[in-house]
Design a protein around this ligand. Structure first.
Ligand code: JDN
Length: 288
């Protein structure tokens, strides 16, 4: 295990990684071309990410390279069948580069999966080997995932409550979220350290030069040089934005991680810690 500044400063939320191998199985390999770019490309160059994209059709045996068929029980659309998927997963496990006993964690993007979160991205960044199975049409025959689950961890994962055309774009999102956590990828270790301190809150507003632009001033506190006042202002802005846009995140916040000024700010907006140990809005006054 390599020891890094990242591991030392954010040990509770990030683990040093010796690199992550990623395999993606898809019927549209070119959809994954963005993984060659920028931040993710740098991780690949640095050996932190080892990405392999595979065409599901390479594992078909018929002349038309068929991967789908009609659903048993009827209904609209087509289902990706088990034959090609079984062969594709067998081939992954047989790769000598992975080692004889190695098993990937298999991630299957689907609207029916568990929500993808920052905490889950951190978990994935600590895995040595991730494999992604991209569905299309109405999905993948359930038996493929049932069989895979007998020999490896299988996670069905959802980006949110909307439906994509297939799993490929979800894989791009997940890989980008994981790659930027790897030591050396982000370039600025402090960004991740600060993120761990503001976890669960939305971002405060940011500004750069000039100090005045089209009659709009940068908030004076940011020019004051008073680092304590700046930190407090930013924290207040984060809390107020989160209250306005995502009150569910305030309810999920650990009050133990809040200082007296946080509590005062939230109380000024009518949010206090109740008997459940959670922040909730005060009951609105009932007028008669
Ligand atoms: O993550 B998704 O919204 C998603 C949608 C489909 C899929 C896989 C993932 N397969 C077919 C639709």
């Amino acid at each position: 295990m390599r020891t890094t500044a990242l591991a030392k400063t954010t040990a509770t939320t990030c683990r040093a990684s010796d690199g992550v191998r990623i395999d993606v199985v898809t019927i549209f390999p070119e959809y994954l071309d963005p993984l060659r770019l920028s931040l993710i490309g740098k991780a690949r160059e640095g050996g932190l990410l080892d990405v392999h994209v595979h065409d599901l059709r390479e594992h078909t045996t018929d002349r038309h390279r068929t991967v789908d068929d009609t659903p048993y029980g009827g209904g609209a659309g087509m289902v990706l069948g088990p034959a090609a998927w079984g062969a594709a997963l067998d081939a992954l496990l047989a790769d000598p580069a992975a080692g004889p006993a190695a098993r990937p964690r298999l991630i299957v993007p689907t609207p029916g999966g568990r929500p993808f979160t920052q905490a889950y991205a951190t978990e994935l960044g600590a895995e040595p080997w991730l494999a992604f199975a991209c569905g299309r049409y109405e999905g993948i025959d359930r038996r493929v995932l049932d069989e895979a689950a007998e020999i490896m961890a299988v996670d069905e994962v959802s980006l949110g409550d909307y439906v994509l055309g297939g799993g490929e774009v979800a894989v791009l999102v997940i890989v980008e979220a994981v790659a930027r956590l790897l030591p050396g990828v982000i370039g600025n270790v402090e960004s991740l350290t600060e993120e761990s301190h503001t976890a669960g809150l939305l971002e405060y507003p940011v500004y750069t030069k000039p100090a005045q632009w089209r009659g709009r001033d940068v908030p004076a506190v940011l020019l004051s040089g008073n680092h304590g006042a700046i930190a407090r202002w930013r924290r207040d802005e984060s809390l107020l934005r989160t209250l306005r846009v995502r009150p569910d995140l305030i309810h999920a916040l650990d009050p133990g991680g809040c200082d007296r000024a946080d509590l005062a700010l939230l109380a000024s907006q009518g949010w206090t810690v109740g008997a459940d140990g959670r922040f909730s809005p005060a009951e609105p006054a009932v007028s008669d």
